[in-house]
Design a protein around this ligand. Structure first.
Ligand SMILES: *Cc1c(COP(=O)(O)O)cnc(C)c1O
Length: 410
């Protein structure tokens, strides 16, 4: 390999600080290898990875079918322009359509781009079907949709807007799960309502069934488009192929990314046949979107997801994990609430969540703090109960260590 082999972790971190823009508050951990639910750092220490690339590595690390597909396609044709056709791309599109209620796919490279494509398609569709002036987008407070200007404007968290204003015009925000506010916000100028069926980065909050049903009903009445951002909650994470299936509500557009490529960067926008003609040739594009290498990785990842019944496993193990967390909360008094769907789980801590993350990492468990008092667990979907048991045992030690150090200080 042509980078610096055997560089000690402190020096890797120093190089990062010197050469990489300071946009992440990173943890001091240099990862070198992954297999299944396990990752290893530079010194060979093993960790149980319950962050899984932030809901990306749903098949675990380096799934053999994804590795094989990437190796094979990389030696065949990595990239060709979307001015031409490729077999991996059409195979993947057909698979996505056959496993969902949707009819057409647009490929891109990330979650933000999938949201961006959804917002643009919704506005163009409104323009073509209802005339100019129907451009408003209604989104939820506490949402997260990505970092491009459209996606970050849709993100209903002021901290992500601060200093970037003016944001894209035409966006409105309502409290999540507030049906009355939704009815109030949607009108003849609404192009789309954009929602996460389970809010992820905002703290792991599942939508209420009434809220999603109301969103479907109101948008249908007005001829507006309902967009579900399933970048995090989609593709089996919640125990259904799409999270919206739990609710019996079908959106017009659905945004996918994160787990789609099995670890390879990949995004997609799914559309119904009714809305898809909003885009015509030249209306939207992506140089890399759905290129043969990315599509081959995603096709292998999705087939593994279905063949290995990981959607069902996520549902079953998810219930077990939430039960174990609830029991840990009762036992220690250090978890105040456990919420989520499938293997997308949030736990509210009564000690600082970031300190718990550090304490768990020192004991061999990687978890994420999504808020100052909330841990997020998005492990691979192929974990078993024994992995959950190990994670819960380490979490207990971590919680107690943080709690005891607090007592000592008092
Ligand atoms: C992560 C995320 C995004 C953004 O995805 P990127 O690939 O980082 O652009 C958008 N929406 C949701 C719900 C996400 O969790």
């Amino acid at each position: 390999m042509e980078y610096f082999p055997g560089l000690p972790p402190t020096e890797v971190i120093q190089l990062a600080e010197e050469y990489i823009m300071n946009t992440y508050s990173r943890l001091p951990l240099v990862l070198t290898k992954g297999e299944g639910v396990r990752v290893w750092d530079e010194e060979g220490r093993e960790y149980l990875d319950f962050v899984a690339g932030l809901a990306v590595n749903s098949l675990g690390h380096c799934h053999p079918r994804v590795v094989a597909a990437i190796k094979e396609q990389a030696g065949l044709l990595m990239h060709c322009s979307n001015l031409y056709y490729s077999l991996p791309q059409v195979s993947l599109a057909k698979f996505l359509v056959e496993h969902t209620s949707f009819n057409k796919v647009f490929f891109c490279n990330s979650g933000a781009e999938a949201v961006e494509a959804g917002l643009k398609l919704a506005r163009k569709y409104a323009y073509k079907s209802r005339g100019p002036g129907c451009f408003e987008i209604v989104a939820a407070q506490g949402s997260f949709h990505g970092r491009t200007y459209g996606a970050v404007t849709a993100t209903g968290q002021p901290k992500y807007h601060q200093g970037f204003e003016p944001m894209v015009p035409g966006f409105k925000y309502i409290p999540f799960n507030d049906v009355a506010a939704l009815r109030e916000a949607v009108n003849g100028k609404t192009a789309a309502v954009l929602l996460e069926p389970v809010q992820g980065e905002g703290g792991v909050y599942p939508a209420s069934p009434e809220f999603l049903r109301a969103a479907r009903q109101i948008t249908t009445e007005i001829g507006a488009v309902l967009i579900f951002d399933e970048v995090q909650c989609g593709l089996g994470r919640t125990g259904r192929f799409l999270a919206q299936e739990h609710y019996g509500v079908t959106s017009d557009l659905t945004c996918l990314a994160k787990a789609l490529g099995g670890g390879f960067p990949m995004g997609a926008l799914l559309s119904t046949d009714a809305v898809a003609p909003g885009f015509g040739p030249g209306d939207h594009a992506s140089t890399f979107g759905g290129n043969p290498l990315a599509a081959a990785a995603a096709f292998a990842a999705l087939r593994a997801l279905v063949d290995e019944k990981l959607v069902e496993n996520a549902g079953g193990v998810g219930v077990y994990f939430r039960e174990r967390l609830a029991a840990l909360g009762r036992e220690t008094g250090l978890l105040k609430e456990v919420r989520g769907l499938g293997l997308m789980i949030g736990a509210v801590t009564s000690v600082p969540a970031k300190e718990v993350v550090t304490a768990c990492q020192a004991r061999g468990l990687i978890v994420n703090a999504v808020k100052d008092d909330t841990l997020r667990f998005v492990p691979p979907l192929n974990i078993g109960r024994e992995d959950v048991d190990r994670a819960v045992a380490i979490l207990k030690e971590g919680l107690l260590a943080v709690s005891n150090s607090k007592d000592d200080r008092n």
